[in-house]
Design a protein around this ligand. Structure first.
Ligand code: NOJ
Ligand code: CA
Length: 527
């Protein structure tokens, strides 16, 4: 059983804002977002009500997977600035009461990383076993993706994701071929130790933790439940967590029972289908065969779907129990850099209801940059390994100036949304009933209400088949809040559960004696 390191207190009130650095704010006119640009927008992020940042990888990279192909973990990519700029970002964030988590990619490097350059050499050396090499140049890789014919070394090597991303060697759960090293064996520990050093490098310079890429992918051919990968994380955390008790680790894993045993503080509920079936998160927002068009869509928050919340809860509640057992959390996201944005498939009203729900449920929520103004998904040609994800990665739309205030260059990293009516921060902040203003109001309420912390109590009040209303409480005793959400087109009602006033509402929600009447497409917090 894993040692359960206490989650730092700041995670209990954290509201994350995910920044895709190349698309957020350019400061030097080269068309690419950068760290000084991000620093200049911290007050904006704070004004929305977010108090924590997740920055996608900002390290030296050939950018064949937008930076998830790291060439040097200890060096900020020159296009984003310098290491001093990143340290300045930590300082500027801390000065505003904000925390910053970086993106750690432990499962693979770029094929241009110096470890890999050394590992490719035919003669044995310090890095020969840092990656997974077979015994001969003709070997296939026991069912894993591999590359042959690219290295002088007489062996083939295993990939973790793209061709440019060779897998680091954390060993095999059950080594059965001569080239397969054991999990937590000497070679695997050397890799894990190197990753601990990288964490230490940034934590000692002011980072507040990491979002960890493909955290479940470390040990190859691991068993059901990932026991060997879990032990590998326990091994790394035993070295690093006692030294940095205020740091937090959030896993890209999607299975909290496993990620919590590994020692993470939080896990993400991701836009992933398991075995072709929608998971709970999909059922909320992305229960469709084509996330770019409204078409046939069974998502709970699509008013036309008529879907109820029971499918989501069936999947979510066991995961919630797993995180509650260890004081961890399970994060809901508005979107991320791998996922198609909700606009324009869902209407602004549908998104407002969805965000109301996401921000009042347990867990530290993650807002993807631009979702607060309703930036839309666009079909674009691929950029830096983005493929269909590229259309969710376009420049932030700040104002109505050329290139929406993102850059002074006429050649932005990706094209700015050319639609004359495309929302901007300026336009949405000015519109009183905009999604932006609804979010900001709700985040203010969240910050003032102990019932809405990451780990405060959650109890289902009403969730029924065939009923679009979902009602739940957060917190306990006098501080308790009742949240009602009805994305459907018919009104529904539910008991008031001791609440006497509507604190915040979208649409029409009223108290009628001891009943709460929730109009079509409405949301409310009651106290
Ligand atoms: C997950 C990341 O979120 C994604 O953007 C990346 O392409 C893969 N992992 C590979 O690192
Ligand atoms: Ca720049």
């Amino acid at each position: 059983m894993a040692q359960n390191y206490p989650t730092p207190a700041w995670m209990d009130t954290a509201v994350f804002y995910e920044v895709y650095p190349q698309s957020f704010q350019d400061s030097n006119g080269d068309g690419i977002g950068d760290l000084p640009g991000l620093i200049s927008r911290l007050d904006y992020i704070r004004s929305l009500g977010a108090n924590a940042l997740w920055i996608n990888p900002c390290f030296d990279s050939p950018f064949k997977d937008a930076g998830y192909d790291v060439r040097d973990y200890r060096k900020v990519a020159p296009r984003y600035g310098t290491n001093d700029d990143l340290i300045a970002l930590f300082d500027a964030a801390h000065a505003r009461g904000m925390h910053v988590i970086l993106d750690l990619v432990p499962g693979h490097t770029s094929e241009e990383h110096e470890w890999f350059t050394a590992s490719k050499r035919p003669e044995r050396g310090e890095f020969s076993d840092r990656y997974i090499w077979t015994s001969t140049w003709l070997d296939n890789a026991d069912g894993l993706p591999f590359i042959a014919g690219e290295a002088e070394r007489e062996a083939t090597y295993i990939l973790n994701f793209f061709k440019s991303q060779p897998a680091l060697n954390y060993g095999f759960a059950h080594p059965k071929l001569p080239w397969q090293k054991p999990a937590l064996g000497e070679e695997a520990r050397a890799t894990a130790d190197a990753m601990v050093e990288i964490m230490r490098f940034w934590l000692s310079r002011g980072a507040d933790g990491f979002r960890v890429d493909m955290a479940d992918s470390l040990v190859k051919h691991d068993d059901e439940g990932k026991p060997a990968t879990i032990q590998t994380w326990n091994y790394m955390f035993d070295q690093i967590r006692p030294e940095f008790p205020n740091a937090a680790w959030v896993s890209e894993w999607g299975r909290p029972a496993q990620s919590m045993a590994a020692g993470f503080d939080a896990d993400f509920y991701l836009d992933w289908r398991w075995g072709g079936n929608p998971n709970g998160y999909n059922m909320l927002l992305r229960n469709t065969d084509d996330s770019a068009v409204r078409g046939v869509d069974w998502s709970y928050f699509n008013a036309d779907s008529g879907a109820d919340i029971t499918g989501f809860l069936g999947e979510y509640l066991p995961s919630l129990a797993a995180v509650q057992a260890v004081g961890g959390s399970f994060s809901l996201i508005t979107c991320n850099h791998d996922t198609l944005r909700l606009a324009p498939r869902l209407t602004e009203r549908e998104r407002a209801l969805a965000f109301g729900f996401l921000l009042t449920m347990p867990g530290a929520p993650f807002i993807y940059y631009g979702d607060e103004i309703g930036m839309r998904y666009r079909r674009l040609p691929t950029k830096e390994g983005g493929y269909s994800r590229t259309g969710s990665r376009t420049p932030m739309q700040w104002d109505s100036s050329p290139q929406a205030g993102f850059t002074t260059s006429s050649e932005p990293y990706l094209p700015v949304d050319p639609d004359a009516s495309a929302p901007t921060v300026v336009s949405e902040m000015a519109r009183p009933d905009s999604l932006w203003n609804q979010l900001a109001t709700l985040l203010k309420l969240r910050a003032e209400t102990p019932a809405f912390t990451t780990t405060s109590a959650f109890d289902v009040v009403l969730a029924e088949r065939g009923n679009t209303l979902f009602a739940f409480t957060r917190g306990e005793d006098e501080g308790r809040r009742l949240v009602v959400v009805n994305p459907g087109r018919e009104p529904h009602d539910v008991g008031a559960h001791g609440t006497t006033q509507v604190e915040y509402a979208i649409g029409s929600v009223s108290l009628d004696g001891d009943r709460v009447v929730v109009g079509p497409q409405s949301f409310a917090v009651l106290a």
